[in-house]
Design a protein around this ligand. Structure first.
Ligand code: GAR
Length: 211
């Protein structure tokens, strides 16, 4: 995905939007190779919407309950992004499962951040489960999305220590700081054309390597 102009990115959110904010800040950099052109939320009350608006980025609210089926909702999301020529979708705290059709339509153009070192701790409540398992390291993963939940070629991961006395909240806060560094880093790698998906593996190429 290297075109000589900034990559056109769409972001999907459901809530707070702190990862969206990290991506907005990165994309505001003059030399950053991507631009966020639309933020879609399935919730009208998502706090992240105002972060996008404050950055001058258009938003679209598509409440999933307004649609008769998951396929109808997913089709509306696709149309919203396609109408502004989005080339890559970043899911940033988007908390709904997507249909197989949507995932296929955006295959290798749809990425997600998950608050665990996949394949460990897929699903929800990852910080509490990492503590309960006695994990000594935890972290976050940015990956291409496949239909099976929280699976797909890994683009990047960041690990943090689990410290004595951690609660799920203190651990979540440490992971979230790592998320805010990892997601812009992975977006840059893709926008610079340095990520190649081969089967179920993402290969990262060195800067300046032939593509
Ligand atoms: C983040 O921790 C993200 O990794 C997680 O939701 C949070 C959203 O926070 N995503 C998932 O759990 C997806 N399965 P944010 O709205 O502040 O970015």
């Amino acid at each position: 995905m290297k075109t000589g102009r900034p990559l056109r990115v769409g972001v999907m959110i459901s809530g707070r939007g702190s990862n969206l904010q990290a991506l907005l800040e990165a994309c505001a950099g003059a030399d950053f190779p991507a631009r966020i052109v639309l933020v879609v939320s399935n919730r009208a009350d998502a706090p992240g919407l105002s972060l996008a608006q404050a950055a001058g980025v258009p938003v679209k609210v598509l409440p999933h309950r307004d649609f008769a089926s998951r396929d109808a909702f997913d089709a509306a999301v696709s149309e919203a992004f396609e109408s502004v020529a989005v080339e890559l979708i970043c899911m940033a705290g988007f908390m709904r499962l997507l249909s197989a059709g949507f995932v296929e339509r955006w295959r290798d153009r749809l990425i997600n951040i998950h608050p665990a070192l996949l394949p460990a701790f897929k699903g929800l409540d990852t910080h509490r489960r990492a503590l309960a398992a006695g994990a000594k390291e935890h972290g976050c993963t940015v990956h291409y999305v496949r239909h099976e939940m929280d699976s797909g070629p890994v683009i990047g991961q960041a690990a943090v220590p689990v410290l004595p006395g951690d609660s799920a909240d203190t651990l979540a806060a440490r992971v979230l700081e790592a998320e805010h560094r990892l997601y812009p880093h992975c977006l840059r790698l893709i926008a610079e054309g340095r990520v190649r998906v081969r089967g179920e593996t993402a290969e990262i190429m060195a800067k300046g390597a032939p593509t």
